[in-house]
Design a binder for this molecule. Sequence first.
Ligand SMILES: Cc1cc2nc3c(=O)[nH]c(=O)nc-3n(C[C@H](O)[C@H](O)[C@H](O)COP(=O)(O)OP(=O)(O)OC[C@H]3O[C@@H](n4cnc5c(N)ncnc54)[C@H](O)[C@@H]3O)c2cc1C
Length: 328
Amino acid sequence: MEDSNLPVGVAIIGGGPAGLSAGLQLVRANRRITVLDSNRPRHAATLRSHGFLTRDGVPPLEVRRLAREEFEGYPKARVAQAIASEVTPLSHEEAVAVGFPDGIGFRVRGTGVRGSADVEVISRRVLIAAGLTEDLPDLPMIRAYYGTALHSCIECDGFEKSDTPLVLIGETSDLFARALLISRISSDLVVLTNGADTITPTQEAQLASIGIRVERRKLDDIVGDQNGMTGVRLADGEVIPSVGGFVRPRWHAPVEFLGDNPVERDDWGLVVVNKRGETSVRGIYAVGDIVPPGPQQIAIAAGDGARVAAKLNMDMIRGALGVGLVDD
Ligand SMILES: Cc1cc2nc3c(=O)[nH]c(=O)nc-3n(C[C@H](O)[C@H](O)[C@H](O)COP(=O)(O)OP(=O)(O)OC[C@H]3O[C@@H](n4cnc5c(N)ncnc54)[C@H](O)[C@@H]3O)c2cc1C
């Protein structure tokens, strides 16, 4: 067992598919890697995950368990059950003194969760793979149906809803594109904007031409019986019958641990990275749902994790030799 106080190559914040996939590639490149994970993935709301080749229909927590087991099978891998609370850059001299040849390094502090100890990790690079947190539209019963009748990922849960009466609930400007995607699954769809003016009259006409109605009135709540969701009640009392559908949450990139050294974000608040996966702060990378275009799928998060891990590894090899950064 490795000494957990040794400096590491990369501290990975987040042990989801993106973080663990990157971690697996990096330990296989003979790097010492610590993953800090608070173990609160967004997809915990759902019972089955779909579309990840060889794991279609497997509970998402099982996918995580297998991923962690594979990563932790390597001697230089460590997972700390902790929520990263602080990432601070080391000075050039401090970084060189701990053995980081290119003078880039970070101190990552984490608060232990579920009875685990607090951690402090000194790392050459940081990879943010913290996923997103989400706010659902403000309807009292929406959480009760989220993950069973209502979902956010159309590619992940759409097929199971084929040809049923569906709703799409959201208040953002990408509702139109989402409605088009759902039209592949069911033509019985009502788009509910909850009073938001986010679908243009042209888009509304285009949706109407394929049988999709846009309802702009304010919503009151989701309604259901012992068998599940039965509809959505509008503020004026009318109920739109539906057995389920899709919600567009508002997402938040949880990077408060960067404190006064924030990274550049886009208009949606997602962490901007270059094509190597590096943020606007040298040495801090990001991957997975937290980077544009935002929430996607397990396969994409895992694939991106592997891709960015390769770039990170080359960045450290080049940094050690002092031969500068090039992309390939
Ligand atoms: C309800 C739902 C159902 C889904 N169903 C599917 C599906 O069927 N198929 C599919 O392919 N995809 C599905 N997805 C999408 C898929 O889950 C995501 O695309 C994927 O998990 C993103 O991986 P990630 O590693 O970027 O983030 P996540 O999986 O969200 O992992 C991020 C991790 O970082 C941790 N973390 C956050 N902040 C900190 C911190 N400060 N310190 C330490 N750890 C931290 C979190 O606890 C979490 O464990 C679903 C998503 C949701 C919300």
